[in-house]
Structures are given as structure tokens and as C-alpha cells.
Design a protein around this ligand. Structure first.
Ligand code: 13P
Length: 249
């Protein structure tokens, strides 16, 4: 069966001291949790936080990286530099990067392909805006993001791929998708991955698909009862230790 993942995306939040304190609290929780526990701190905090997590089950990932070895690419981070810190997990295609920094699914494909071939684990984020949902375009948007983002990814690379379904209208709004709405999107995403190539259907059954968007300790349980929801990618509620521990319960 697919193992559940509870992941915290700290975005551009938290001071170093706050990040370190939460990470310390999560180290022991991750040892006893039946779920995979994952955090994505600010790039500036990766060295300290990965040092704290070292030797524990707490997985520390990067919110972004660039698809290259060491090179002239101002402002970016190479997987080579992440590997020096023991970091082998990276988020790709978060809606904030798509909306405000112009990231496209084609650009994300280049990242996903490079990172997976380099042996990293990728959490690829997809999701529709409210306007797209209202027009009835949720599934066509998800199909486009999956087809373009995962184009030419070979079957051997899927073992290190995680998908996060994050409806943009649910992020930071307190407006969580209902378990039924989320399950419908997750089942669709799994089916789409299963249609990517011959033999993909068995592979898609193994992929962990996380839900993100206003997940809180009081709504996560109902979401996780759905067969295609394999965990949560949590923003706000992951940024306080008590609330993160509440998500793990
Ligand atoms: P919130 O949990 O704050 O809605 O954020 C979700 C998110 O964007 C996680 O990547």
C-alpha cells in the first residue's frame, strides 16, 4: 500500500530560530509516526534544518532548484549543492511559482526530468484556479499540467515522483476542498498518469498523491479516509509545531 506523507511547505515564512525549533520538535515525532514526515524550509534555512534532521526520519526538501550542475545561473540552486546537505527532495510547480513567477508546465517538465534522472525525489504540484473550476475546466487543466509536466518521463523514473493536487482557490484561503471534491481530482490525476504510456496504469497505482489547500488538524482526517488521497502538503498549519503535530495524529 502507498505510505502516507504529511509534508509542510514553509514557503517564505518563519525566521531561522522558528524553523529550527519546529524541526527539532518534528525529529522525534517523525521517528514514531507511521507516515513519512517532510518539510520544505526556506533555502536559507536548509543547512541548519537538514543538520537537525540528519540521522532521523524527518525528510527535508527544497522548495525549488534549477535543472543543472554547478554553473552561471544567478539566484538559483543546483541539486549538487542540495546533495552536499543531504537534500534529495524538491518541490516543482507550486502554484505560487506558476502564478507569480511565470513557471509553466513545460518549464517544470525540464526540472522534473532533470531531477528524477539525477536521483532526486520530486513533488510535482498541480491544481486549478477558481475561475477555471467555475468554467468547468478543472479536469482539462489537470490533464494539461500532467501531460505537459510529465511528458517523456520514462517509466523507471516514476518511483521517485509524488504529485500534490493543490487547488489554487483553496491555498491560504481557509476554503478547503471537500473530501469528495479532492478525491474526484485525485482519482482523475491517477487515471491520467495511467494513460501516459503503455504500462503506466500499474505505475500510477503506486504514486503518492497529496492534497494541499487549507489542510488543518481538524480536516485532515476526513481527507485521508479517501482511497486516492495519500497525504497532505500543508502551508499555514505546518508552520507551528503544535499544529504540525496535530496533523500527524
Ligand atoms: P495552505 O495550507 O496555507 O493553504 O497552503 C497550501 C500550500 O500551498 C502548500 O504547498
Amino acid at each position: 500500500m502507498r505510505k502516507k506523507i504529511i509534508a509542510g511547505n514553509w514557503k517564505m515564512n518563519l525566521t531561522l530560530a522558528e524553523a529550527v525549533a519546529i524541526a527539532k520538535g518534528l525529529v522525534s515525532a517523525s521517528q514514531t509516526s507511521t507516515h513519512e514526515v517532510m518539510i520544505f524550509p526556506s533555502a536559507l534555512h536548509l543547512e541548519s534544518v537538514s543538520g537537525i534532521a540528519k540521522g532521523s526520519k524527518l525528510i527535508v526538501g527544497a522548495q525549488n532548484a534549477y535543472q543543472s550542475g554547478l554553473t552561471a545561473m544567478t539566484g538559483e540552486i543546483s541539486p549538487v549543492q542540495l546533495a552536499e546537505l543531504g537534500i534529495t527532495t524538491v518541490l516543482v510547480g507550486h502554484s505560487e511559482r506558476r502564478q507569480f513567477l511565470g513557471e509553466t508546465s513545460e518549464f517544470d517538465q525540464a526540472k522534473i526530468s532533470y531531477f528524477l534522472k539525477a536521483g532526486l525525489r520530486v513533488v510535482y504540484c498541480v491544481g486549478e484556479t477558481w475561475a477555471e473550476r467555475e468554467k468547468g475546466n478543472t479536469f482539462s487543466v489537470l490533464e494539461d499540467q500532467i501531460r505537459k509536466g510529465l511528458k517523456d518521463i520514462t517509466s523507471d523514473l516514476f518511483a521517485n515522483l509524488v504529485i500534490a493536487y493543490e487547488p489554487v482557490w483553496a491555498i491560504g484561503t481557509g476554503k478547503v476542498a471537500t473530501p469528495v471534491e479532492a478525491e474526484e481530482a485525485h482519482a482523475f490525476i491517477r487515471k491520467e498518469i495511467g494513460n501516459l504510456f503503455v504500462g503506466a496504469s500499474a505505475i500510477s497505482e503506486k504514486i503518492q498523491i497529496l492534497y494541499g489547500g487549507s489542510v488543518k488538524p481538524d480536516n485532515i482526517k476526513d481527507l485521508l479516509t479517501k482511497p486516492n488521497i495519500d497525504g497532505g502538503l500543508v502551508g499555514g498549519a505546518s508552520q507551528k509545531l503544535e499544529s504540525f503535530l496535530g496533523l500527524l495524529k
